[in-house]
Design a protein around this ligand. Structure first.
Ligand code: AGP
Length: 609
């Protein structure tokens, strides 16, 4: 989604903006631009395409300015084009704006402005907003709050104004915005990555807050009802190395390889094997609620939804509490039955997914307890939740989610085991055995990563196929879905995930020698049945790539290729079976020369509906 960056201080703004925009590229975008404010007025440079394409239209001597705003746009209103790119000037060119979000009532505001003589150069809702701001600031001589009040929808905005060379005004509703506070300077951004090397002091804007960042008067924060707020300055834990590639060709490959560490970090301080216990801060506080809950409803999108499906298997199997897993986008619009005895668990890597946030708001209105599972500390979903557990996967930059998924599965394993022990639905010896195995998962995942070369070889054989089927059973059915999602989103190969037994009810019609099937066939309760499914595919000349348990001698005789993963308890198996699927997708995408980290049309955090 769109990325916002801004600077005001003593330094040259332009290099800071360009570097910041490059840091935000991972969010997904189709055009980029900057606006710089100096004694000549506001200069805007913007271009469809990547930040480097925008850089080409900047004069060799880049414009000198100490105030500037920059933007990467992910098209919503109007196609990706130079005109629709941000920043946008107001009619008089005295004001410039960048915006992330959607102004839902922009058509009515636009027609009002047209009657007052405004004309528009772009198709965007943002150009409407900047002219509304011009109308209230310059013509009605009232403050910017008046314009913000009239807006229905979501926004994170930054506004600069000619003649007001001392300030940037920012406001937020529904889209993220964070202020970095340096020595006599301010930074703004959609997340802290653009300014982490300059300052670690940050203020996250809350919903419907507006801030004036002034070199003369400092940081003034208020909400849109004009109530003055005291900024809460936090010290960021983010490190620069964690948002750089660190020698890998792509962030995705780095993040796949980081999984032993991210799983370890997610377990650290929580899984206390020696004491035979689990300490999950936010969860322990709400334990009684969990134990008396009628059911747990998980809401999420994409990969996080797949982690939710794994959680359903874990919690129902181990703790015997009914779990429903819903796409957040469907849940919020289907008038769901929710009661005060329900626990709603939103899962989100970014913590900013608009559909998931709206689902939380709906569930809260109906009295449910919200227990968020998020990766980004301080994100909107984390703040909207009553309690929760962070996944400590570290920043995930590649658009295709990898380490966030395994960290989410890890957190749910901890939750399911805690609940099971409290409810007495597993024996103490089983609990002890499972926590020992969970403790060993970082090293099992490390061992699994050794299949990289083999995954690459298999990728080279199948890189040109137009379609691919992924099958799994039980707790590995969501892994099949996740494998298919990884392949389609980064390599643009059509892929479908199915429960293996469901294949006979339709997808088997697609099987022929050109349609490979990836099957998770590890040694589990369903092993024999999966072997039968593989036989059915082979009988129709289909090609099989099977993920099997080390030492398997049955599937290796039937399948075209096997990738071995360590032998672990079935309930923990998604943490290892996912790895070869991530690696195969990665290598196929690289071989097809796709943009692995920023696949076409996709955004890292989907902050619009
Ligand atoms: C995963 O590879 C995707 N890019 C996407 O499906 C993602 O998982 C989804 O948009 C949810 O995002 P969230 O976890 O940040 O809420």
């Amino acid at each position: 989604m769109c990325g916002i960056v801004g600077y005001i201080g003593e330094k040259e703004a332009y290099p800071i903006l360009v570097k910041g925009l490059k840091r935000l590229e991972y969010r997904g975008y189709d055009s980029a631009g900057v606006a710089l404010l100096n004694e000549k007025g506001i200069e805007i440079y913007k271009k469809q395409g990547k930040v480097v394409q925008m850089e080409r239209i900047i004069p060799a001597e880049h414009p000198k300015a100490n105030i500037g705003i920059g933007h990467t746009r992910w098209a919503t209103h109007g196609v990706p084009s130079d005109e629709n790119s941000h920043p946008h000037y107001s009619q008089s060119k005295k004001i410039a704006i960048i915006h992330n979000g959607i102004i839902e009532n922009y058509t009515s505001i636009k027609s009002g402005l047209e009657k007052r003589g405004y004309t528009f150069k772009s198709d965007t809702d943002t150009e409407v907003l900047v002219n509304l701001i011009e109308e209230v600031l310059i013509h009605e001589n009232v403050s910017i709050d008046e314009a913000v009040h009239q807006v229905v929808g979501a926004y994170a905005i930054a506004v600069i104004e000619e003649g007001n060379h001392d300030q940037i005004v920012v406001a937020k509703k529904g889209s993220p915005l964070v202020i970095g506070i340096g020595e006599g300077e301010y930074y703004i951004a959609s997340d802290a990555t653009p300014f982490i090397e300059y300052t670690k002091q940050a203020v996250y804007l809350e919903e419907e807050e507006l801030a004036i960042l002034s070199l003369k008067d400092g940081l003034k924060l208020k909400n849109i009802t004009n109530e003055i707020k005291i900024p809460y300055v936090q010290e960021l834990a983010l490190e620069l190395e964690s948002i750089e590639k660190g020698g890998y060709d792509h962030f995705m490959l780095k993040e796949i390889n980081e999984q032993p560490k991210s799983i370890f970090d997610t377990l650290r301080g929580r899984l206390l094997v020696d004491k035979g216990t689990i300490q999950l801060g936010g969860f322990n506080e709400y334990e009684k609620k969990f134990l008396s809950a009628d059911r747990i409803i998980i809401v999420a999108c994409g990969t996080s939804w797949h982690a939710g499906l794994v959680a359903e298997y874990l919690i129902e199997d181990l703790a015997r509490i009914p779990v429903e897993v819903e796409y957040a986008s469907e849940f919020r619009y289907r008038n769901p039955i929710i009661t005060e005895r329900d626990i709603v668990i939103p899962i989100s890597q970014s913590g900013e997914t608009a559909d998931t946030l709206s689902a939380i708001k709906l569930a809260k209105e109906k009295g449910a307890t919200i227990f968020g599972v998020c990766n980004v500390v301080g994100s909107s979903i984390a703040r909207e939740s009553h309690s929760g557990a962070y996944t400590h996967a570290g920043p995930e930059i590649g658009v295709a989610s990898t380490k966030a998924f395994t960290a989410q599965v890890t957190v749910f394993t901890l939750i399911a085991l805690s609940l099971a022990r409290k409810k007495g639905t597993i024996t103490e010896s089983m609990f002890r055995q499972l926590i020992r195995e969970l403790d060993a998962m970082p090293s099992k995942v490390e061992e699994t990563l050794k299949v990289d070369e083999q995954s690459k070889y298999i990728a080279s054989i199948y890189k040109d196929v137009p379609n691919c089927l992924f099958l799994g059973r039980g707790i590995n059915f969501p892994v099949a879905l996740e494998g298919a999602l990884k392949l389609k989103e980064i390599s643009y190969i059509h892929a479908e995930g199915y429960p293996a037994a469901e294949m006979k009810h339709g997808p088997i019609a697609l099987i022929d020698e050109d349609m490979p099937t990836v099957v998770v066939a590890t040694r589990t309760e369903h092993y024999e049945k999966v072997v039968s499914n593989i036989q059915e595919i082979k009988a129709r000349s289909g090609k099989i790539i099977a993920i099997v348990t080390q030492g398997d001698t049955v599937v290796s005789k039937i399948a075209d290729h096997v990738i071995e993963v360590p032998d672990v308890d079935e309930r923990l198996s998604p943490l290892v079976t996912t790895i070869p699927l991530q690696l195969m997708s990665y290598h196929i995408a690289v071989m097809r020369e796709c943009n692995v980290d920023q696949p076409r049309n996709l955004a890292k955090s989907v902050t619009v509906e």
